[in-house]
Design a protein around this ligand. Structure first.
Ligand code: ATP
Length: 366
């Protein structure tokens, strides 16, 4: 187990990590999320003893990691795939690590096979692509068959096959009872890989909870509806107080907020309206994450296309730097949708009220 208590790191005036307390437990994949500059790598470096905390402490299986005698047997880590001797072959890189950690030489061949680098084992690591470097870094982490694994952006540079492989590897390691701690900016990957989440922003804790709770508690739930009599149904739903917006993911579907699937289904039945889909949905991890961290983002591009996906509750003001609501910058509904209100408004909403789930753009898209 990894345990941080009041972990703090200051670089000059910059408070990179601010009083973080958390536990990373065995048997599950814990995702470590946060915007650029949130303090993830700094936290991981402190876990490894590569950076000294300004305050608080962090232990690996109850001890500071730099006090552990055979560290690779306790915890394997991938922090920076480029942090290796480029002149050495992949095999020799691993052999050096094995010998300095009392690990048998045969383990080198095993981990090379596990990460799919057997054929290039005698090639110099300096000539490796980013993805191959990541695989070699993961091989180094696995070398000591440790009970704890920590990966900083492990899918960086991996091809789709590699991404699937690392996803399955992390799940397998956790199912064997190991502790797996992984940072990533790829929310779709995290959503299908991690069981637990630690989310930080500007060095501070935002959430430490299960994936399921994080999404369910912070979601704006809605129902996806598809009907050949969409316009009639939409008018009825809005008369009942629902907000109806086109669903960007599936053409011809729309999202209904504020009414439960039961109410929607009953209303459709009452009026003899056929339903082709009626599915309760939660937001994706990406949508929840973007909302939860929107005030912690330090480095934001001034995108003309508007705020990030899933931004803000319905009717909320966009974050700083994004187009204000109600202006001409909002695109209208996609082709095929009835346009009952203002361009870009929820169906039937008064002019000037933009949809929370319509694309906020300068009108350049369809
Ligand atoms: N050695 C250092 N000296 C000074 N400031 C640093 C140092 N290392 C990190 N920082 C600062 O600390 C903050 C946290 O950086 P860190 O790299 O830990 O963030 P991160 O969450 O890993 O970001 P990213 O997702 O972009 O990798 C940043 O503002 C960064 O500029």
């Amino acid at each position: 187990m990894i345990e941080a208590r009041g972990l703090t790191k200051r670089y000059g005036n910059k408070l990179a990590v601010d009083q973080l307390s958390f536990q990373v437990r065995p048997g599950s994949v814990t995702g470590f999320l946060g915007p650029n500059g949130a303090g993830k790598s700094t936290t991981m470096r402190m876990i490894l003893g590569l950076d000294t905390p300004t305050g608080g402490n962090v232990t690996v299986n109850g001890r500071p990691y730099d006090h552990v005698q055979a560290p690779l047997r306790e915890m394997g880590a991938l922090l920076d795939a480029k942090a290796m001797h480029g002149g050495r072959t992949a095999y020799n890189h691993l052999l050096c690590l094995a010998q300095s950690n009392g690990i048998p030489n045969r383990r080198v061949d095993e981990v090379l096979g596990m990460v799919g680098l057997t054929q290039v084992a005698k090639k110099r690591a300096g000539g490796f692509s980013l993805g191959m470097g990541q695989r070699l870094g993961i091989a180094s982490a696995l070398l000591g068959d440790p009970g704890i694994l920590m990966f900083d952006e492990p899918v960086n540079g991996l091809d789709p096959e590699g991404i699937l492989w690392i996803r399955n590897l992390m799940k397998q390691l956790a199912s064997e009872g190991r502790t797996v701690f992984v940072s990533s900016h790829l929310m779709s990957e995290m959503e299908v890989t991690a069981d637990h989440l630690i989310v930080i922003g500007q060095g501070r804790m935002i959430a430490d909870t299960s994936m399921r709770d994080f999404i369910e508690t912070n979601s704006q739930s809605f129902t996806v509806v598809r009907s050949p009599q969409a316009e009639k149904l939409n008018a009825l739903l809005q008369a009942k107080g629902a907000t109806v917006t086109p669903d960007q993911a599936v053409a011809g579907s729309f999202r209904v907020h504020e009414l439960s699937p039961v109410v929607i289904g009953d209303l459709a039945a009452e009026h003899g309206i056929a339903l082709h889909e009626l599915s309760p949905r939660f937001d994706s991890l990406e949508e929840v994450y973007m909302r939860m961290t929107q005030h912690s983002v330090e480095y934001r591009a001034g995108l003309p296309g508007g705020p990030p996906p899933g931004w803000g509750p319905p009717g909320a003001a966009p974050p700083p730097g994004y187009p204000q609501q109600g202006g001409p910058q909002f695109a209208g509904p996609p082709p095929g949708y009835a346009q009952q209100g203002a361009p870009g408004a929820p169906w039937g909403a008064p002019a000037g009220a933009p949809s929370p789930s319509m694309p906020r753009s300068n009108g350049s898209e369809g």
